[in-house]
Ligand binder design. Structure first.
Ligand code: PHE
Ligand code: CO
Length: 291
């Protein structure tokens, strides 16, 4: 799940003040459960050797493949035991402050609905497959669990400092589309990649995108595209390194990036650590829409 700043109204009818709703698990149809199982089976087969160990271990520990859409009550018992996180259902995109407040309390807001069986590769609003399959396994990792909570607290600060655009890029390039360098090779930890069959292959193997070493200010200066495969992935050396790079107070970082120009998505700069220089061949065939 992510946030939508344009939604400034209160929660919709039937939702609580924090925008959460009941999962009402028994109301899912057999067809909806089958969509989950189809998506799960496809990713569970593709991800070994491609997703990072933390993701694969979380997936296993949370038993998300026991058949059908997971029941949150059971999932939350397991997740709570591992890292103290839990998942709450929301009707769709929620306002930024609501989203950050949940994260700061170790609650992950997830959409209740699931995509249609005719659109398994659907990309629009995050559904329960993206949110739970994509995001929740990483929340079973203690280091990543702390990072996400710190991000929530940082989000509340960034709102007051009017720095959300910069902080949102950090979320995008780590939580959603992050790659990790491991002794066994490049691995995925970003939820937007692991929940997408096509981008899982693209992010690791396609010659088109640039793959650059993660550097906080570089990330904050780089816009991202929301409508297609990424043109650029940032690579962290480890989850510990990501946490260490984001522990410091961002006030001075925000000051510097606010006075620096945004960078073109396809740029490779002299100071970049180039893991793989992309051809950008795929992006050239597509129209650009960046944020
Ligand atoms: N250190 C950040 C700040 O001072 C908070 C943060 C931590 C943001 C981790 C993102 C990730 O605002
Ligand atoms: Co997401």
């Amino acid at each position: 799940m992510s946030s939508a700043s344009r939604l400034r109204d209160g929660p919709p009818a039937g939702a609580r003040a924090d925008w959460s709703i009941n999962q009402d698990w028994t109301a899912y149809s057999d067809a909806e459960h089958r969509v989950w199982t189809q998506l799960y089976d496809r990713q569970a087969e593709q991800l070994p050797g491609r997703a990072c160990d933390a993701f694969l271990e979380g997936l296993e520990a949370l038993d998300l493949g026991r058949g059908g859409i997971p029941e949150l009550e059971r999932l939350n018992r397991e997740l709570g035991r591992l890292t103290g996180w839990r998942v709450v259902m929301v009707p769709g995109l929620v306002p930024d402050e609501v989203f950050f407040e949940h994260l700061a309390q170790r609650r992950f807001p997830a959409g209740r609905f699931i995509r249609d069986s005719a659109h398994l590769d659907y990309l629009e609003q995050p559904d329960i497959f993206h949110d739970v399959f994509g995001h929740v396994p990483m929340l079973a990792d203690p280091v990543f669990a702390d990072y996400m909570q710190a991000y929530g607290k940082g989000g509340l600060r960034a709102l007051h400092l009017d720095q959300l655009q910069h902080l949102a890029r950090l979320y995008w390039y780590t939580v959603e589309f992050g790659l990790m360098q491991t002794p066994a090779g490049l691995r995925i930890y970003g939820a937007g990649i692991v929940s997408s069959h096509a981008e899982t292959a693209f992010a690791l193997d396609d010659p088109s995108p640039n793959r650059l070493g993660f550097e906080l200010e570089r990330v904050m200066r780089t816009p991202y595209r929301i409508d297609d495969f990424q043109q650029l992935y940032f690579v962290i050396p480890s989850l510990q390194a990501l946490r260490a790079a984001t522990l410091r107070d961002f006030a001075s970082v925000y000051r510097r990036v606010s006075h620096a120009a945004d960078l073109p998505i396809e740029a490779v700069l002299p100071n970049d650590e180039v893991i793989a220089r992309g051809t950008q061949a795929y992006a050239r065939t597509r129209s650009a829409a960046v944020q």
